[in-house]
Write a protein that binds this ligand. Sequence first.
Ligand code: ZN
Ligand code: ZN
Length: 236
Amino acid sequence: MGVINYLLELLFPPRCSLCGELMDAEKDKRCFCDRCRAVWEQEKQALCPGCRRDPRHCSCMPKYNKNRTADSFRSLVFYDSENVKKLIHKVKTERNAALDDLMAKELAAAVIKYNKIDNDSVLVYPQRSAKSIKKYGKDHAAQICRKVSELTGIPVFDGIKHKRGAEQKTLTAKERGPNAAHSYYIPDKYKNGIRGKRVIFIDDVVTTAATSVVSAALCKANGAKSFSVLSIARTT
Ligand SMILES: [Zn+2]
Ligand SMILES: [Zn+2]
């Protein structure tokens, strides 16, 4: 181990991304301690109370997708438990490479498993508001999407841009629909880039699906062939 790494680990010893427990620096380049790893694996097997399917196969449509603007929704886990909520909060607000890497790795595996990949496939993410990028020092959706791109070789389409609007999470479900419609747009110079593409939309969490549905409508209005949503978590 290099001296710099040694000093860094002395100052910032690796901690479990869920429970915060200190982990062995030598053997743990991992995201979770053994106990929390088992919790994560269990979350992936949880069944939707509505359709009794796991998060990759749940067929329930989110509130704003009743007319199927987006073609499908899959996620790694359901956004129901406190553990998952805690993890998503960390993804949004913390600089945690081990957590981002694990999420990107599992999303990449799901991208390959559940999508027909060809030269028309493209990864898309919703850009975060300037205010929020300033607050947290990162655009987590962009970062994770780029990591998924590195792992899968599928290019990223950077054209879903955020207008200034309020952050989604501060709004009620009723306010989110129209707000999302006003918050995202595709600038003219990007519009040709989405024509004929099979979009795989990567997001951290899907609740009402206002963001995904608006993005799907924007992409399809500009000629996208299909729009599949893949998130880390979604509500049941
Ligand atoms: Zn732990
Ligand atoms: Zn379901």
